[in-house]
Design a protein around this ligand. Structure first.
Ligand SMILES: [Ca+2]
Ligand SMILES: [Ca+2]
Length: 105
């Protein structure tokens, strides 16, 4: 009876340790991406605004995360309004996008 109790406690400790390890690993595996950084090079630049414009006229397609990064006003569309906001941020006219500064995936 005492053995079963010890094994149960040991099992619970192992399970708790494993689950905390997995949650730490899951958190560490997340990628941080700036809104506006469409090409994913870690900085917001005119190249990103250009990608938004090229996408909005159908010259290039964006993957899922490029799309999220490009939709800086959060209206579910990527168009010239987003490119304008990126350029405004670069010019210092605005200090952040309506959607915030970054997202994780
Ligand atoms: Ca970029
Ligand atoms: Ca948008």
């Amino acid at each position: 009876m005492k053995d079963i109790f010890k094994k149960t406690i040991l099992g619970l400790c192992v399970a708790a340790t494993l689950s905390s390890m997995f949650s730490i690993n899951a958190h560490a595996a997340l990628t941080r991406r700036l809104y506006g950084d469409v090409n994913g090079d870690g900085v917001i630049s005119k190249a990103d605004a250009e990608m938004i414009l090229q996408s909005s006229v159908g010259n290039t397609s964006l993957d899922k995360y490029q799309f999220i990064a490009a939709d800086v006003n959060g209206d579910g569309k990527v168009n010239a309004q987003d490119a304008t906001l990126v350029l405004k941020l670069l010019a210092g006219t605005i200090t952040e996008f309506p959607v915030g500064d970054c997202f994780y995936y």
